[in-house]
Design a protein around this ligand. Structure first.
Ligand SMILES: [Zn+2]
Length: 108
């Protein structure tokens, strides 16, 4: 049995808009970009919770003390690859023991 879903995706970071066809066949989820009658398979987009930095409060949008908030973003594969290389905090760990590194921190 297969399920089909047509949707429009908008990348929250680069604003790219793509018509997407998502379907499952033989237990595999496939993503296709739809352009008129032509479909071609693409890398699935990410829908992930990220910590983002706000510099405005969210009622009036006025400047405030910066704060972090977890927001769910749709991210295209190109922006996701870029984030993997740019993300400022990297974690290493196993079984609940983690260490964190900030890319901007001085090497010791
Ligand atoms: Zn993007």
């Amino acid at each position: 049995m297969a399920s089909y879903n047509y949707t429009k995706m908008i990348c929250d970071l680069c604003r790219k808009k793509v018509d997407i066809h998502i379907y499952t066949a033989f237990s595999q989820v496939h993503w296709e970009e739809v352009d008129g009658d032509s479909h071609h398979e693409i890398t699935p987009w990410k829908h992930i919770d990220l910590s983002v930095l706000f510099k405005t409060e969210q009622t009036e949008g006025t400047p405030c003390e910066p704060y972090f908030n977890i927001n769910t973003l749709d991210i295209c594969p190109e922006c996701y690859d870029r984030l993997l290389n740019q993300w400022p905090i990297v974690a290493f760990g196993a079984q609940g023991y983690n260490t964190y590194e900030s890319k901007g921190a001085e090497e010791k």
